[in-house]
Design a protein around this ligand. Structure first.
Ligand code: M6R
Length: 372
């Protein structure tokens, strides 16, 4: 049951310290950074030279997160909407790994893409929360995110676990294929605030307690209250912050029924800026890579009078232009997007709660979409 919580969604948001710990438990060595998965034998990925991720909705945003982690590890990767895969599938061969990201393992669109991939020479992998699901059964290999049951239609803890698992998968594929690839572009390495494996993995160790702190101290409720009567809500971010912005907007629109859109921060000036007014708060996600540019994009919106809600660590330069602050700890950029997502989940939850929406069962939506 929901226990002390008004909604399953809040319960599931609050469970993330545990679900994140479960996702990683026994799967990485914090000293060496080596990743191992109990269901995937060593060497499975040693021939992989391209990864195609297919998914829908929130899982697609996790796939986009994974795509960036893979590319930053020097691996050719693309994330596609599963419902577009059949229309224009990319070329795949025996060195392609097709990853179906689906918490339920029963999404018809994703299963269809997985089936098509299975008919090709590609190797297939399901990343899912449900052990006996169709995706787990149909794929060549499977990885379980171990998030525990998620009842709320809005996906929350499954997103964070998928994003973490895909980050770990990137590391694992990079290790298994090291020597067969050219090193990642210098720029990618240089842009990370702290990109050493040791730092990243020690931050992963701390992630459950960082999420627990964030849940206790979040100002999401008062921010939701402050902007509850606005016209539309925009979410922008760059790099890993972009899928986080997309996910922030999806969560917001699906449970508040308010107009919300996510944009790549750099795209704002290529069109969406026309929508920006003093009645459109712009939630800006700073993940620690190229934050200076993202700040310029937030300033473009602030100049048009839009309130800026900055998702960033304390002491961040964005706070000079921000009207409100959703605080995230200063961690490795690979993981800061996960903490930012938790803040955005809380923001949507509180906004929907103030509007008295049917949070756990939003109108017109189903938890598992088994039709194409
Ligand atoms: O079970 P799946 O992860 O395959 O579901 C895909 C989407 O239907 C799902 O992520 C949906 O977008 C979320 N429930 C929205 O919160």
């Amino acid at each position: 049951g929901k226990g002390e919580f008004d909604h399953y969604m809040l319960k599931e948001i609050t469970e993330q310290p545990t679900s994140i710990a479960q996702a990683t438990e026994g799967r990485y060595d914090s000293r060496t950074g080596a990743v191992s998965f109990e269901t995937v034998p060593d060497g499975t990925f040693s021939d992989v030279d391209r990864v195609v991720l297919v998914a829908c909705g929130t899982s697609y945003h996790a796939a986009r997160y994974g795509e960036i982690s893979l590319r930053r590890a020097g691996i050719d990767a693309v994330a596609l909407l599963a419902n577009e895969y059949g229309v224009a599938a990319p070329p795949v061969d025996e060195r392609t790994l097709v990853v179906a990201v689906t918490q339920s393992g029963e999404t018809a669109d994703t299963l269809d893409a997985l089936r098509r991939a299975g008919e090709s020479d590609a190797t297939t992998l399901a990343v899912t929360n449900v052990i006996g699901s169709s995706a787990a059964r149909d794929a060549d290999h499977r990885l379980f995110i171990r998030a525990g049951p998620e009842i709320g239609v809005a996906a929350t803890k499954t997103f964070s676990s998928q994003a973490i698992l895909l980050t770990m998968l990137a590391r694992r594929i990079a290790d298994e294929t090291a020597g067969t690839r050219s090193p990642p572009a210098k720029a990618d390495v240089a842009e990370a605030r702290s990109s050493s494996v040791a730092d990243r993995w020690s931050d992963l160790d701390r992630l459950p307690s960082l999420v627990a702190d964030l849940l206790e101290t979040s100002s999401a409720e008062s921010i939701a209250r402050r902007y509850r009567d606005d016209r539309a809500y925009f979410f922008i971010g760059r790099g890993l912050g972009y899928p986080v912005a997309l996910e922030g907007a999806l969560k917001f629109k699906e449970i508040t029924y308010e107009h919300a859109e996510g944009f790549a921060a750099g795209e704002l000036k290529h069109g969406p800026l026309a929508l920006v007014t003093p009645e459109t708060p712009v939630v800006t996600v700073f993940t620690g890579t190229e934050d200076a540019q993202t700040l310029k994009n937030a300033e473009e919106a602030a100049t048009r009078g839009a309130p800026i809600v900055a998702v960033c660590p304390d002491g961040h330069p964005a706070l000079d232009v921000a009207d409100a602050h959703l605080r995230i700890p200063d961690v490795d950029p690979t993981l800061s997007g996960i903490l930012a997502t938790v803040q955005l989940q809380l923001l949507s939850y509180h906004a929907a709660s103030l509007l008295e929406r049917a949070i756990d069962k939003p109108r017109n939506l189903a938890k598992s979409v088994t039709v194409e």
